[in-house]
Design a protein around this ligand. Structure first.
Ligand SMILES: Nc1nc2c(ncn2[C@@H]2O[C@H](COP(=O)(O)OP(=O)(O)OP(=O)(O)O)[C@@H](O)[C@H]2O)c(=O)[nH]1
Ligand SMILES: [Mg+2]
Length: 311
């Protein structure tokens, strides 16, 4: 699985030049000519190793799971990342070509000091040209780190209006304390819990702010974020609070359910929450307070997730 944590910090143009020229300044040689050649080789090695390290540290974005691809695209743009990496690749081959040519000139008898000065100047100008890309790649690391790390386990997405009892349900069924991550592009948080059904690990995701209001009223970014749950969900649990203590009439809750049905083609299980407060049983009803109905609900979910496991 892709781990943004493993991406290295990216130096700015100035820092990278300081690193390369600094290393070269410590190099010696028996003659001026030899010393210059050694310095140029050092700069060449430092830059080549550096660029290769950064470029290799990135995954093949096209091959990432759809969820991540979509998340990254919404957040920073895949094209922008590819362009930045291509710029580094360009700077890498340009600087290598310049240094190779300069070494040849020194070997052929050109004034070593003049060649070194001119070469440093040209290298600096190339590296400075890609300063925005270097900075972008460094910021990217911070942004990508915020994307929730999810597993490939069968996934249940929990939906429903605010206060219907989504988080209580996730907390109730989780064998470990749910992890909290945030979507990088909003202040919205995502809660990821795990439970086990007959030995199968199930990832349970609570997405406050996403599937808790009419989709058609959302802005474009939110719509894309909602749709990106498509790549993730094997099943959606839609929680309805028939007591309306959540503050939303049951009609609104049902029409959101309809909308989610139209937008997602995964199995959807609708259930009543807060079963300790009412006697409605047209749908599976559960209580996160008393635990009533939870096992039965999980059984239904397990069957539904099982149907769609081969994605
Ligand atoms: N009596 C009773 N109260 C519940 C139950 N589940 C949740 N609640 C209460 O309902 C309120 C909302 O529960 P949450 O789990 O935070 O609801 P939520 O859907 O996650 O809400 P948002 O995160 O705001 O969307 C809280 O005050 C809970 O204590 C239940 O099974 N029975
Ligand atoms: Mg919640």
């Amino acid at each position: 699985m892709f781990e943004a944590k493993k991406l290295p910090t990216v130096l700015t143009a100035k820092e990278l030049l300081d690193k390369a020229f600094g290393r070269a300044s410590k190099v010696t040689g028996r003659t001026k000519k030899e010393k210059t050649i050694n310095k140029l080789s050092t700069v060449s090695n430092v830059l080549r190793d550096y660029f290769n390290k950064i470029i290799k540290s990135h995954p093949s974005y096209d091959n990432l799971p759809e969820f991540y691809k979509e998340m990254i695209d919404i957040t920073v743009g895949l094209r922008k990342i590819k362009k930045a990496l291509a710029a580094l690749d360009w700077a890498n081959s340009m600087t290598q070509r310049i240094i190779t040519r300069s070494i040849r000139e020194v070997k052929a008898g050109k004034n070593p000091e003049q060649v070194l000065k001119a070469t440093y100047g040209r290298i600096a100008s190339i590296i400075e040209q890609i300063d925005p890309e270097l900075r972008f790649l460094n910021d990217l690391k911070k942004v990508l780190r915020e994307i929730p790390s999810l597993t490939d386990d069968p996934t249940l997405v929990v939906a429903g209006y605010p206060n219907v009892g989504k988080s209580s349900f996730v907390a109730k069924i989780s064998t470990v304390k749910p992890e909290i991550a945030s979507y990088p592009f909003t202040t919205k948080r995502i809660y990821v819990g795990y439970t086990e059904l007959d030995g199968i690990k199930i990832q349970v995701i609570d997405t406050p702010g996403l599937l808790d209001r009419p989709i058609h009223k959302r802005n474009e970014i939110e719509k894309r974020a909602i749709l990106c749950l498509k790549h993730l969900a094997n099943c959606i649990l839609f929680i309805i609070d028939p007591t309306e203590t959540c503050g939303f009439p049951i009609e609104s809750q049902l029409s959101l359910l309809e909308e989610i049905k139209e937008n997602f083609d995964v199995p959807i299980v609708a259930a009543y929450s807060k079963a300790d407060m009412h006697n409605k049983r047209e749908l599976p009803a559960f209580s996160s307070v008393t635990g009533e109905g939870i096992d039965e609900l999980l059984k239904i979910i397990k069957e539904k997730i099982g149907i769609d496991k081969n994605r």
